[in-house]
Every structure is written in C-alpha cells, then in structure tokens.
Design a protein around this ligand. Sequence first.
Ligand code: MN3
Length: 249
Amino acid sequence: MPNRRDWMKVTGLMTGLTAIASTFRLDLNASLAQTPSASGNGLPYSLPPLPYEYDALEPYIDAQTMHLHHDKHHAAYVKNLNAAVAGYPDVAKLPVEDLLQQLDKVPESIRTAVRNNGGGHANHSFFWKVMQKNAPGQPKGELARALDKNFGSFSAFQEQFTKAALSVFGSGWAWLRLDEKQELGIETTPNQDSPWMAGRTPLMGVDVWEHAYYLKYQNVRADYVAAFYKVISWDFANERFQGALSRAR
Ligand code: MN3
C-alpha cells in the first residue's frame, strides 16, 4: 500500500501535469473564445495570461497599470463569473462570448452577475489582444481600405473613434465593430456591455474605465486615448475583419 507521502508525491505530479496540459490547451485556444474546459483548476472560466510582458506597452500603457488591470481587475471578473455560474452547468459550459449573446436564457437570479462579470472577462480577454508591442500605427490591407471607404480616411476614423471614447459617461468601452450586416461602425457601451451582447463582432476596442488609465493619466482620458493608438494591434483587428467576412460569405 502506498503511504500518505507517496500519495502526496503522486498528487503533486498530477497537478503539475494538469497544469502543463492546460497551458497547452490555452495556447491552442489562443483565438478569442475560451472554452470553459480550458481551465486547469476545475473551474469553468480562467484568467488568460497576458500575450506579452507587463511592460511591453510602455511608455503608452505602464507596467503598473497592466499588473493592476490584468492581475486584479480581470482576475476579479473571472472569479466572480465562476462564483455566479457555480451550480449552473448548462450555463458554465458555454464560451463566455456565446453566453453574452444568450443572456436572456441565463437564469434571472444570476443574469446581472453574468452580464457584468462575463462581460468583464470577455472584454478584457479581447482587450489584451487588441494591443501589442511595436504596434504598426495604422491598419493595412482589407481593413485599411474598408475604413477609408466607411469613414473617408484613417484620420477621419480616428477622429470619430476618439470622440466616441471621450463621450462615454462614467465607465465603459468604445468599439470598432461589424454589425449584423457586416458593416463597419463605431459604438460605445456602458459598464462591461459589448457588441457581443447584440450579436455584433468587435474588431478593436478601448477600455475607458478609469482603472485602465488613472495611474498614469489621472483624469485625462483624452491623453490615454491618444496613447492607445500607439499600441493598437491592427493586424489582430484585420484578422478578425477578414475572418468575419469570410464566414459571412
Ligand atoms: Mn478594465
């Protein structure tokens, strides 16, 4: 019979293997939707690691803000989402973006918690990918042409997007998204609401909650939004744009 110490060794090894396996699954699921099974800790939803170092977006977004934003705020949304869906396996089996599209089917007793914390989890998982180190500054390819066509020019788009981001009263987001007809447009959402909730496809978005910028920019949201353009991953947005269009064709 193995004694207690042997069992602890085995358990420790198994935990290590599970962690490794879950890391690989997370990588395979590197596209947006995190399937609930991607979690290695037995909980349906898990905090994805940042896709770059905490200081990768310096000097535009500082490392301290990234630590706070990812490790505390995003982690709290994940924790609270898991708490909300505990005991609701039919809800917890859905990727979070799907969950947000079907909020009307979520039991009313947990709907607000799922909306806020599922929204926070989806929005932040997306937001980390919307930014990158050594960002190109401007879009290329099909998305660049579509922005020109829809807004007149890239700078006209920027002007409208900035205006939208600055117009959000209190906490929320501004988005570049495709609507139901695959038309490009800008929209804002309050709190942790998102285009997903309306069945639309976000391509790019900026978090204008104060926690996203207050440490570095204090109350000057305009400076933060101006700096955000320096870190936008237009390649990511373009990939999502082309992916959505090819699915629709
Ligand atoms: Mn945030």
